[in-house]
Design a binder for this molecule. Structure first.
Ligand SMILES: Nc1nc2c(ncn2[C@@H]2O[C@H](COP(=O)(O)OP(=O)(O)OP(=O)(O)O)[C@@H](O)[C@H]2O)c(=O)[nH]1
Length: 302
């Protein structure tokens, strides 16, 4: 690796906010312009990485946090613990509130939790989706957000038209410690690659399923191996886990039709990501009540 320029910064950020606040879209906007999108687990922590912003002066690693919610299962509890742990481990937190919705109880709940980490970790207030409202409304929302907690910085952005996305990147980077890049450019090790592939399969499997089923789906990639004598073909073996035998036919579909569709969609995304051809071997298995079983949770990566 070549030596990094003087003043180079590297570190972690995460976005929090109510569901639909625009966290994922903002991550993509930050990552998308300058960068290779990636998703992986760093060696030091268990968190999923949403994207890495590579800049000449910095590397900003955006980690994913599941939403904070009232836990009903062991999985719910683990996820909430994971959220709080993530907040205290990153270098800066971005608190996202959409411009087109009133600052409400959900935001105040998050702010109260964030206050606890704000002494150690700077929290940047972000008013998202500014393209949806007139400018006065953005100003009002900034003021409303300011009432909720004390922020290190406050910034309005739109991930859709790109308004101030670079300003936000600068603000976040300013909060990172000086240091070497944490991840090599574009490179992914086997383990995070498998994690990402599993996420793409899960995403495809989730499409169109309803009610409690989405929470019941977990995916584990068992093996990813280059096909012998075929450098351009990767064999991927993965299991889709569900909690109850009754969920199986929903995932598989009549005559296996739905599973074939899921496989096709996932394969296209995986091929795009890895840049090679994929043979995807998918199996559906029942892991009875896995959300409530510590041993199974561990095996499924939680
Ligand atoms: N107009 C507009 N829409 C946006 C913007 N950012 C996000 N959205 C839309 O808002 C919706 C929610 O965005 P997401 O990025 O998925 O929100 P999120 O906070 O990641 O949501 P969860 O994953 O449910 O927590 C999507 O329909 C986006 O297209 C924006 O800057 N402008």
């Amino acid at each position: 690796m070549t030596s990094t320029p003087e003043g180079y910064r590297s570190g972690f950020a995460c976005f929090v906010g109510r569901p639909n606040a625009g966290k994922s879209t903002l991550t993509n906007a930050l990552v998308g312009t300058k960068v290779a999108i990636t998703s992986s687990k760093p060696q030091t922590t268990r968190h999923t990485i949403r994207g890495i912003v590579h800049r000449p002066d910095a590397q900003l690693v955006i980690v994913d946090t599941p939403g904070l919610h009232r836990p009903r299962t062991l999985l719910g509890q683990r996820l909430n613990d994971l959220v709080r742990e993530t907040w205290s481990e990153v270098d800066v937190v971005g608190f996202c509130v959409p411009a087109d919705q009133k600052v409400g109880p959900g935001d105040k709940f998050i702010a109260a939790e964030l206050e606890k980490v704000a002494q150690r970790t700077p929290v940047v207030g972000i008013v998202t989706k500014t393209d949806l409202v007139p400018r006065e409304r953005v100003a009002e929302q900034l003021l409303a957000l300011q009432q909720v907690m004390a922020f290190a910085d406050l910034v309005p952005v739109s991930a859709v038209d790109g308004f101030q996305v670079n300003v936000l990147a600068d603000l976040l980077v300013d909060r990172l410690p000086h240091g070497q890049p944490l991840y090599p450019d574009g490179e992914l090790t086997d383990e995070p690659e498998a994690t990402l592939v599993a996420e793409l399969i899960r995403e495809a499997a989730l499409e169109g399923v309803r009610d409690e089923l989405p929470h019941s789906i977990a995916v584990v990639v068992e093996e990813m191996l280059p096909r012998e004598d075929r450098a351009d073909l990767l064999d991927v073996h993965a299991n889709i886990y569900i909690e109850r035998p009754s969920q199986k036919p929903i995932i598989i579909g009549r005559g296996g039709e739905r599973l074939r569709q899921v496989g096709g969609t996932a394969r296209r995304h995986i091929e795009k990501l890895l840049g090679c051809r994929i043979y995807l071997d998918l199996h559906v298995k029942v892991a009875k009540d896995w959300q409530r079983d510590p041993k199974q949770l561990r095996r499924l990566g939680f």
